[in-house]
Design a protein around this ligand. Sequence first.
Ligand code: CA
Length: 540
Amino acid sequence: MKIKNNIIQILPFLILLSSCYPISVHHTKWRIKWDKEKKEGKEQYFSQSLKTFQTKSPNVVLIVCDDLGKYEVSAYGVDHIQTPHIDQLGREGVIFQEGYVTAPTCAPSRAGLMTGRVQNRYGFETQIMEFYPTNMIEYLSGKYIVKTDDWVLTTRPEYPSEWQVHKQGVPPTEINLAELLNGYGYHTGITGKWHLGASRHHLPWERGFDYQYGFNGAFSLYTPEREWNKVINYVHESFSTRYQWESGRYGEGAITENGKEIREEKYLTFAIRDKAIEFIRNSKDLDNPFFLYCAFSAPHVPFQAPVDYYCKYEHVEDENKRVYYAMISALDDAIGDLHHAIKEMGLEENTMIFLLSDNGGASYTGATDNGPLKGGKLTQFEGGINVPFMMKWKGHIPEGIRYEEPVLSTDIFTTVVQNVGAKLPADREYDGVNLLDYVNGKSDIPPHEQLFWRADHIWAIRDGNYKMILSTRDGWAELYDLKKDKSETINLKDQMPELFEALKEKHKEWQDKNLPPKPMWPRVMDHKFVLNGKEYLFPA
Ligand SMILES: [Ca+2]
């Protein structure tokens, strides 16, 4: 009797499933079209005779850490972990106290960083998706049957068809920093994570890099399985990280050198460091300057730490945090070695060095809570977008100062272009300033009047000390005074309704003026966060 009742209860669901199959979830509206005008503009930019250098322009080293929270760096005043080498880089240049990225997730943030333009301008709104549900059965089982923890499938099953997925990435009509500098004769190299598209239109060796080492997707194992006796693994009990351990070094996680898969045994953070130093050594005596994009994958999941680093954190009882801190220490040492090599090769005065994280700490791993900052990776609260950010250029910018006004990752592109004797392409809008004007005190106004973020239903704007953040879909809306309340705890929306409306209007104007009608592709999931007792869903 009980079995019969159960069948009757699930019968409507079974009928729904069978009636849906094979109803497609593919929708033609998600066809990616690249901008023809931008394509022509790009061709025109590179067809001019770009300047050939009389004297050698400065080298550029851009160091990116992956998911490294600001409050995991001791230069920002924490003592649960020491990062002496990252701190030293900042001390020998400028530490930005209010450094922002253009998105709280890896791929969109890196797109903004590398193109100097807030990536929403070209429809790069959320993470690159490797796959979508292909029919209603997959969609419904993902929504109701498969255990997805805090990841929640979005409500409208309209996805791009499979062949469109390969077009996801920075469109070939955009000009990334490597392409631009390469056009001016720079020798260019990437060591580490790419994550800006995996088709032939997007890969580093097609997009301005003379040398490539690393992987093309979102993550890779730090150490291949055959070397696991040398590391301590921490496997999170989560729907998404299980997939990461299973993917290992296959597909987009494979380690390649100039596009050819290689067998890398070394701990990945150290391998990325060694290839970076080797690239500099091979470039330093060339007639032309070099650009190194050193994109570490640490401390992104999967959590794997070398045994000797793990042993340094014996006092940390929480195993998750212990492995995480050990990974950050290894990263800090690798950055120290790279910095030391630049000094040792006598390149310090002629090399601009930037360091930042692509987004805040991933609080959903449980290894970090981003200290006083609210939320973390995936959220547009300060924990997701306010990151460690430093610059050093010996003899050209002051040493040992902290710059307090908000700066944006896109400033790096403009700063580089304007200080190497190149010029910005005139056919497109840039979102950066020349940071030298500000850190050298030539300009005493803030570099940016406003900063804007958008990811699907989330809008955020920082204007002076105030920040507005809302969800157009879920209806919540908040206003904070970051000067008094950096932790975003006191919502001023009801006390200051006029300011709230004005910021909302500014955001809308920015979107109407600058953004395409829809992103290049949709996302699949939201992630649930409970912050100060309130539940939020952020696009993942
Ligand atoms: Ca990241």
